[in-house]
Design a protein. Structure first.
Length: 164
């Protein structure tokens, strides 16, 4: 599994892009377990571009962090494109950020409470005029390896969105 030192160069790229635009981001980590936020927080002065976020690891956390009515999730399943987009929009709006990044998935090692297959992740980025989604499937139950790959995929998608 990668260390934060290995993710740091991506954090720097994201930080520089956000600072150059004068924009801020909020993040909803899921199966990435906080690694998305932690990567951005490796950059000194992160407060200039990072507003905050949280790990959405339970329905309680989801409800507290997003403050959306249950009806907002009607017909959605965890680890899907629609669900990731809803979360990215909600975290952006809740924090008053320009950008929202969300990842939802199942890292494996135990049964997902909503029946999501291990090794499945969906991340979404929303920002000014941008909505992108990426699905990552490893077909693996290797929890830490999946967390690493899911983090890389989400950060990579954010870099693409910011540098497009």
């Amino acid at each position: 599994m990668a260390t934060l030192s290995e993710f740091h160069p991506l954090g720097l790229r994201i930080a520089e892009a956000l600072k150059a635009r004068g924009e801020k981001i909020a993040i909803a980590d899921g199966a990435t377990g906080g690694l998305l936020s932690a990567t951005l927080l490796t950059v000194p002065g992160a407060l200039s571009f990072y507003l905050g976020g949280g790990v959405v690891y339970s329905l309680t956390a989801r409800d507290v962090l997003f403050d959306l009515p249950r009806e907002a999730y009607r017909g959605m399943r965890s680890a899907t494109e629609d669900y990731a987009l809803l979360q990215a929009r909600a975290i952006r709006d809740r924090f008053g950020a320009d950008w929202g990044l969300a990842e939802t998935g199942s890292a494996g090692g135990s049964a997902h409470p909503m029946g999501v297959a291990s090794g499945l992740s969906c991340c979404a980025v929303v920002g000014p005029g941008v909505e992108l989604v990426r699905v990552t499937e490893t077909q693996s139950d290797e929890r830490m390896a999946n967390m690493d790959l899911f983090t890389r995929a989400a950060l990579g998608l954010l870099v693409e969105a910011l540098e497009a």
